[in-house]
Design a protein around this ligand. Structure first.
Ligand code: HEC
Ligand code: HEC
Ligand code: HEC
Ligand code: HEC
Length: 132
């Protein structure tokens, strides 16, 4: 009986951290569907983009899309559990050290999303796939 209690306590000790980390990882996945819309550098005619985030998560790794930035303004590869900020926080015209080719949400998004779509299937790169 004593042995059983000790085993139980040990099990609880071992499993709690695992359960906690799984719960945290699940919490941090973000919404399954997102409507992407620029707010800092909007076009004259807004063009929001649909984005099935959950469907992409089931096929791709987080690091394919998410990354962060060093103090020197360089891209840092994604690490598990990192803080995930909106793309436009870094990709906008007011960020001095962002290259011209990536300094709006539109440019960053097209470089990531449209590029991969083009490589997969030309039909996936049509404007109407994302801009309904
Ligand atoms: C195909 C690209 C892509 C993949 C893969 C991806 N995400 Fe995202 N994720 C995005 C985009 C785009 C947004 C919206 C960012 C914005 O609003 O600027 C987002 C938003 C989020 C947000 C909400 C951020 C906020 O504050 O609005 C979280 C959390 C998140 N993703 C977590 C993850 C995790 C965890 C994974 C891996 C399991 C993952 N994402 C995989 C593209 C991706
Ligand atoms: C914390 C700041 C930050 C956030 C948030 C961020 N980026 Fe970036 N991103 C950078 C930096 C810095 C670079 C490197 C720019 C350079 O070449 O000097 C970069 C590079 C890129 C590139 C060029 C190719 C590559 O991967 O290096 C693309 C495309 C891109 N980001 C898209 C996105 C998208 C889409 C999101 C939102 C899901 C996003 N970024 C979120 C800072 C950020
Ligand atoms: C690394 C590759 C990759 C990246 C990055 C990516 N996608 Fe996709 N996306 C795909 C593939 C492949 C499909 C088609 C999946 C299928 O046919 O089941 C798809 C499907 C879609 C669809 C649904 C098309 C339909 O009607 O069936 C939308 C909308 C979409 N992506 C938007 C985006 C947006 C917006 C981004 C950037 C924030 C993005 N994608 C980034 C590969 C990618
Ligand atoms: C794979 C998805 C995807 C495809 C395909 C795509 N876009 Fe986009 N586009 C986006 C995303 C994501 C944004 C960022 C949201 C934003 O800027 O409001 C964006 C932004 C834009 C903007 C700026 C909108 C604004 O409100 O600031 C314009 C204009 C635009 N796209 C035009 C086009 C045109 C024209 C095509 C076809 C040649 C196209 N896009 C194809 C995803 C896509």
């Amino acid at each position: 009986m004593k042995k059983l209690i000790v085993c139980g306590a040990l099990l609880a000790m071992c499993c709690t951290p695992c359960l906690l980390t799984t719960a945290l990882a699940d919490e941090n996945k973000g919404p399954a569907d997102i409507l992407l819309q620029s707010t800092i550098d909007p076009a004259k005619k807004p063009k929001p983009s649909v984005f099935p985030h959950g469907a992409h998560q089931s096929r791709l790794e987080c690091k394919t899309c998410h990354h962060s930035k060093s103090e020197e303004g360089k891209r840092i590869s994604y690490v598990d559990g990192q803080k995930i900020e909106k793309c436009e926080t870094c990709h906008n015209t007011k960020v001095a050290d962002m290259p011209e080719t990536l300094n709006t949400f539109k440019k960053a998004a097209h470089a990531l999303c449209q590029d991969c779509h083009k490589k997969n299937k030309p039909e996936l790169a049509k404007c109407s796939v994302c801009h309904k």
